[in-house]
Design a protein around this ligand. Structure first.
Ligand code: F6P
Length: 527
């Protein structure tokens, strides 16, 4: 099906033309209640989308598009465990991981084992090969087996358990693991090998290096049992690697990697902040799940975020989307969302195998405020491109210190206002700016943004926030008629890398490769 030919799409295209001349200044001037009319509240969260270039009619048309795409039907199919990830024949059930009492028995069983494991580490009952307690945890994983836990551990730094430090290694570049091992003590270090498939090149390479390092220090391969645990769906491979069966925490093929931090993959989070706080993270996500499933379209936060991205991407021509947390603790949120959104929806083939013919996932990027202001915001303000922004603000600081938080929040509000309303020639001239400088001081404004306000950054609100974006991704996949849960686009590079590795290691024939690759191979091999 060609999406652009559907009635909903045609209506939105015509409406976008009609709305185009209306600046955000006009939209605000026309409606003194615009903030109230274009913001939503749910369970302590506030979503202000009044600074998006939308009218009431825009939202009505977008909601019609969601209904026409059968959003409710897709939600029901996901909930019923149908294999909506059809190209891999898998169900999509990450909500079951955080369903509390309603979670399936196998989920509750693994959560119980994880809790006991965490308690034994925190209580000092789990000992390394020398009899000392564990002080350092290293999560070895990549993509969904790294980004979520890494981001959440940083986000929840204010909740960090004493006497334990959690580290992350992802890159196959030895510059990631080598400096870390150089400062760790093998007697007190525990490695988590996190890999859904347990076949990922980066993770297995780093895990083997860590195992060699440990065994060399211990002088005994049996030490692996005291220092390695695995998080995986592939029990056989964990066994082959040498990890004791009782040290394997499993999850299931119905958990997508980028949706997996709620599963055993979250072990590093639980070790960093304690089990009780990990449970609160799950509870926050559960609250957002209930809202997403039950709230009508006009009140539904994830759907609203999705509709705004659809509008900005396909009808206002925005090719990127900036996520700007005014929270240093959320500094890794953009990196996490890059995988969540772009690996899910960065596709041009529809569910039916036909080309979609419309723009899909915008390039997501971002940086913690205020740092980005002193870097790339210049382009937001005067670069001439439409760049929708998500501002994220915390009412209370997670590390309160006199003289900081009001300045942080003031900057967040200042930026979204400056981006929306800009600065006109009349305003610049009225400020007495010398005529020669006037053109440089003009700010066109009309830059769309949403501001999400969290009361505080806690395990619970982080859970809400992450589930909000997960469901946004799901809605967009439905609206674009694509499968958000496969990732075939990562395969070709992996296959080529496996053929190139022997060539870089000195064996094999490069003839099958193109001239550029052959030239680069030669350059990289020649001292
Ligand atoms: O290469 C992409 C990918 O498959 C992601 O989808 C996944 O999160 C990541 O690799 C890591 O995979 P695994 O957990 O199986 O090691």
């Amino acid at each position: 099906m060609k999406l652009s030919d559907t009635p909903a799409w045609r209506a939105l295209t015509a409406h976008a033309e009609a709305l185009r001349p209306r600046h955000l200044r006009d939209l605000f001037a026309a409606d003194p209640q615009r903030f109230e009319n274009f913001s939503l509240r749910h369970d302590g969260l506030l979503l202000d989308f009044s600074k998006q270039r939308v009218s009431g009619e825009t939202l009505a048309l977008l909601r019609q598009a969601a209904a026409a795409a059968d959003l409710d039907g897709w939600k029901a199919r996901m909930l019923a465990g149908e294999p909506i990830n059809h190209s891999e024949g898998r169900a999509v059930r990450h909500m079951a991981l955080r369903a509390g009492d309603q979670a399936p028995p196998e989920v509750r069983a693994v959560l119980g084992r994880l809790q006991r494991f965490c308690d034994s580490i925190h209580g000092g009952r789990w000992r390394g090969y020398s009899g000392e307690r564990i002080t350092d945890i290293v999560n070895i994983g990549i993509g969904g087996s790294d980004l979520g836990p890494r981001m959440a551990v940083k986000a929840l730094a204010a909740w960090q358990q004493p006497d334990i430090e959690v580290h992350f290694v992802a890159n196959v570049d030895s510059a990631d693991i080598a400096p870390l091992l150089a400062r760790l003590n093998p007697r007190t270090t525990l490695f988590i090998v996190a890999s859904k498939t347990f076949t990922t090149l980066e993770t297995l390479t780093n895990a083997r290096t860590a195992r060699d390092w440990l065994v060399a220090a211990a002088g005994d391969a049996d030490a692996v049992a005291r220092h390695f645990v695995a998080l995986s769906t592939n029990r056989d491979a964990t066994w082959e690697f040498g990890i004791a069966a009782e040290n394997v925490f499993e999850f299931w093929d119905w958990v997508g990697g980028r949706f997996s931090l709620w599963s055993a993959i979250g072990l590093a989070i639980a070790l960093a902040v304690g089990w009780r706080h990990f449970e609160q993270l799950l509870a926050g996500a559960r609250s957002m799940d209930a809202h997403f499933l039950a709230a009508p379209a006009a009140e539904n936060l994830p759907l609203t975020l999705a509709l705004l991205t659809l509008w900005n991407t396909d009808f206002l021509g925005a090719g990127t989307h900036a996520v700007l947390p005014y929270s240093q603790s959320l500094a890794l949120l953009p990196a996490y969302l890059q995988q969540l959104e772009m690996e899910s929806n960065g596709k041009q083939t529809g569910r039916d195998g036909e080309p979609l013919g419309v723009a899909t996932c915008p390039v997501l990027w971002g940086e913690a405020g205020t740092n980005g202001q002193h870097s790339f915001y210049q382009l937001f303000h005067q670069g001439g491109q439409t760049i929708p922004c998500d501002f994220i603000a915390l009412r209370e600081a997670d590390f309160p210190l006199a003289g900081h938080h009001a300045k942080l929040l003031a900057n967040c509000l200042a930026q979204s206002a400056a981006l929306a309303f800009g600065q006109t020639r009349a305003e610049v001239e009225a400020a007495g700016v010398p005529p020669a400088l006037v053109p440089f001081k003009l700010f066109p404004g009309n830059q769309p943004s949403t501001t999400l306000v969290l009361p505080r950054l806690t395990p619970y609100t982080l859970g809400q926030l992450l589930a909000l974006y997960e469901h946004k991704v799901f809605c967009l996949g439905v609206l674009w008629h694509l499968n958000s849960f496969d990732q075939w686009g990562v395969e070709l590079g992996k296959q080529l890398a496996s053929r190139l590795t022997p060539l870089l290691e000195g064996t094999g024939d490069a003839a099958e490769f193109d001239a550029s690759t052959r030239g680069l191979l030669a350059a990289l091999k020649t001292p």
